[in-house]
Ligand binder design. Sequence first.
Ligand code: NAP
Length: 247
Amino acid sequence: MDNKKTALVTGGSRGIGRAVCVRLAKAGMDIVFNYNSGKEAAEETKKLCLLENVNVLAVRADVSNPEDCERLVKEAMEFGGGHIDVLVNNAGITRDNLIVKMSDKDFDDVLNVNLKGYFYMMREVSKIMLKQRFGKIVNISSVVGVMGNAGQVNYAASKAGVIGMTKSLARELASRKITVNAIAPGMIETDMTSVISDAAKEKMLASIPFKAMGKAEDIANTVAFLAGDESGYITGQVICVDGGMAI
Ligand code: NAP
């Protein structure tokens, strides 16, 4: 096993995932990331990581499909020379609506990507990390999973579920010194929040003590801390990176 760490990041083609890939590349890690449909955006992420002189692999894989997740992890293992040191579960979607108008499909689609996708990835990667007796898992949840949000019962259920899975898996893997933590971002400038109307944004900003949205890099820096050596004794925690939104 070589000394260089390999990080596997889901949904690395845009937004927070791209910032995480670049930040971990800056920390010297080789990067494997997946995308679902954004091949061109994935190429851009790859270019940005290559500037940091690390090895990078972009894989198309739908995290809501367990077979895709198995293949993604297998490819990451081969690429990383037989180890995966860091898993960042980040790929996520929204299908917002009031509950009385929410379809079964919108509920299921969100749970399939945001919750089951994280489960499939953690199941595969845990097998590897248990053998390695080392690993860092960072799950991107949301303040919505902590506080709830009108119009997002599906998304809130998925993100609260991620917190439950994080705490449970942290307990399962602690004896092997594998850490499992979650980050709960507040309102971050990405494609996901660009669809929110100005009026709704203003209302949300009023509820944030910082009175400002965060940047993808704010989340990426916290991921780098939880994926690095300086957070070795931290596990099962949820860190809100939200300008005070969830205080
Ligand atoms: P984004 O800009 O919409 O990017 C989403 C990423 O996930 C893309 O790379 C996308 O790939 C990938 N993805 C979506 N569905 C996928 C699937 N089925 N399989 C594989 N990849 C898939 O979102 P973001 O704002 O960066 O959000 C990233 C994470 O942070 C999500 O989990 C989100 O819930 C969470 N979060 C975001 C905010 C915020 O304010 N932005 C706040 C709290 C939490 P393709 O482009 O190829 O589809």
